[in-house]
Design a protein around this ligand. Sequence first.
Ligand SMILES: Cc1ncc(COP(=O)(O)O)c(C=O)c1O
Length: 407
Amino acid sequence: MNVEKIRKDFPILKRKDDGKQLIYFDNAATSLKPEAVLDEVVDYYSRYTANIHRGVHKLSQEASEKYEMAHRKVAKFINAKHDEIIFTRNATESFNLLMYGLYNQKYFSEGDEIIISAMEHHANIVPWQFLEKNAGVKLVYAELNEDFTLNMDDYREKISPKTKLVSMTHISNTVATITPIKEIGKIAKDAGALFAVDAAQSIPHMKLDVKDINADFLAFSGHKMLAPTGIGGLFGKKELLERLPPFMFGGDMILSVERHSSEWNDLPHKFEAGTPHIAGGIGLGAAVDYLSKIGMDEIRSHEKEILEYALDRVNGIEGITVYNPMDAEKQGGIVLFSAKEIEAHDLALALDESANVAIRSGMHCAEPLVSSLNPKGLDRASFYLYNTKEEVDVFAEQLEKIVKTLG
Ligand SMILES: Cc1ncc(COP(=O)(O)O)c(C=O)c1O
């Protein structure tokens, strides 16, 4: 993989502030966008802007075809069928679509249980809390081991005939643990539960096959995988999506409307009410093309190399504590850390101001876990295909200086 060549595809990487080159280590929050994606978006707006599925004119036909094609590209990318991919705004909306669908389907009864892990993002916690309040469902947490891996014994102990859904992260956005998602799914299925996966942090970084892991549902965000913001997706097995009631109602999601009743459209339209983010969807198609051309195995292996180097450098700094499995086989490209006596936001600000290094600080939308590790929040450096060891050097050297000065 030629990283220098890849870097040239990302116009923002030319950015300098006060003469200092931008070092972007906030990829778990959102990724940068390559020219190939930006061009597709501009092309839609400048050459064939139109609404989809509505007009018979050429522009509408072209836009509809491109938007449909994007569903097919995403489907192929994760080994799904094209009508099993619903475009949403983001992973958060995908989980809400699933939650409201199951709620409206009356899938849950009082006393049923949902198992998630202790390292979930709020997007895979808060929707289920709605069911705790409104459907009498109990939310059960599978705990972590000391090294931040998932405690599979705890998960096995907690699963029971009461478990109706297991909804688990594939890669944590904080401690970065890669969960044994296939095994988790098998245990869930053997217990008769539905199995949903939060793939927001895995789809952008590794090969993922929904059939192989036997996911019933899988949520992701386009903006973390080089696509524009405002576009994401939910995969669902066709037979399950056919049974799931829609959660948004209006145009495009219907086949026919009478004064007092309507008939739902085919998949995936049934779940895509109203004018969608057409440019975003087309941009997501271009992002998938871009990632596929480079190869997901190459991307994962590059990130592993950067991660190993970064873990080593950051962990070697006196006064820094790292909160990760510390093994590139067991985790994604994230270093979660804190510096003794320096607040998380102060450290992130100091890195930004002194060396133009962008990292994330705070609770990382995973407050139950992060606040238990440090009530004041943590810092997170997260990597992607365009990051280099030289960037890690600048970051680590600056981090060491800041810790010496402020700590
Ligand atoms: C693991 C995980 N799940 C879900 C989400 C939610 O993504 P979005 O904010 O795009 O809906 C994120 C975003 O950070 C995430 O990291």
